[in-house]
Design a protein around this ligand. Structure first.
Ligand SMILES: [Zn+2]
Length: 238
């Protein structure tokens, strides 16, 4: 038996014993029965908190597909003061007043420490993910208050917590890079305090996938394996 054969074997939920279907690439698994999420670290199960978010927008009787996102509660600190005016900030961020003031005060105050919640896809994405609304970025700029519902079938996560932390930093640095101010050399410290997986409901509309929380859209081929996800969740029947 080679190692690949082991990876493809069905897993059993350590919480309730139900069989969990997994892909070879998965690094976090979710049980549709009891809702628990877990990572396997050094051959041991490590529990990951999961919230299965209830849709917030009108979805009528559409089929929902839950996709996992990391939600990282972070404290960002910057020691020095920098000049950052509203006019320096990219337009897509200026639309949100709260995030704009968070960003300006973070750079303009000395020894600034601010809380930020990053939303980072844990599902496998292609480079098409950045092209439409990019829900992870939109949720980070304007974090939704998620209400939890009953566990549902959800695909495994391909990006680990460590991947998510790196992606969050890159997301922040890309915001910084889009400003018209000289803050590129700022020494930024990220303290990731708490985390969980947020299962975000999506549905199909006009050839796109739309999130059921705020209605942001992604291309179907922004997901690495949309057809398999669709097929798998249908078979799961929940
Ligand atoms: Zn279970």
């Amino acid at each position: 038996m080679v190692l690949d054969d082991i990876r493809l074997m069905p897993l059993q939920c350590p919480g309730c014993g139900k069989e969990i279907n997994s892909k070879e690439e998965d690094c976090v698994y979710f049980c549709s029965e009891c809702g628990k999420g877990f990572q396997i670290i050094e051959n041991k199960f490590k529990k990951v908190d999961v919230i299965y978010a209830k849709p917030e927008i009108e979805i009528s009787d559409k089929q929902l597909y839950y996709l996992p996102m990391w939600q990282l509660m972070t404290t960002i600190s910057i020691k020095d003061k920098y000049t950052l005016e509203h006019k320096d900030i990219p337009e897509e961020i200026l639309k949100n007043r709260q995030f704009t003031s968070l960003l300006t005060s973070l750079f303009k105050e000395k020894d600034a420490r601010k809380k930020m919640i990053f939303f980072v896809p844990a599902f496998g994405v292609t480079n098409r993910y950045q092209l439409m609304d990019h829900p992870g970025f939109q949720f980070t700029v304007d974090p939704p208050r998620l209400k939890g519902g009953a566990p549902v079938d959800m695909i495994g996560a391909e990006y680990s917590l460590d991947d998510a932390k790196e992606i969050a930093k890159v997301m922040f640095l890309s915001i910084q890079a889009h400003t018209r101010s000289v803050i590129l050399d700022a020494d930024i410290d990220f303290e990731f305090r708490r985390y969980r997986i947020a299962g975000i409901p999506f549905f199909e509309e006009e050839g796109l996938l739309v999130d059921g929380i705020k209605g942001f859209r992604i291309f179907k081929d922004a997901l690495k394996s949309w057809d398999e996800i669709k097929e798998g969740i249908r078979k799961g029947g929940k």
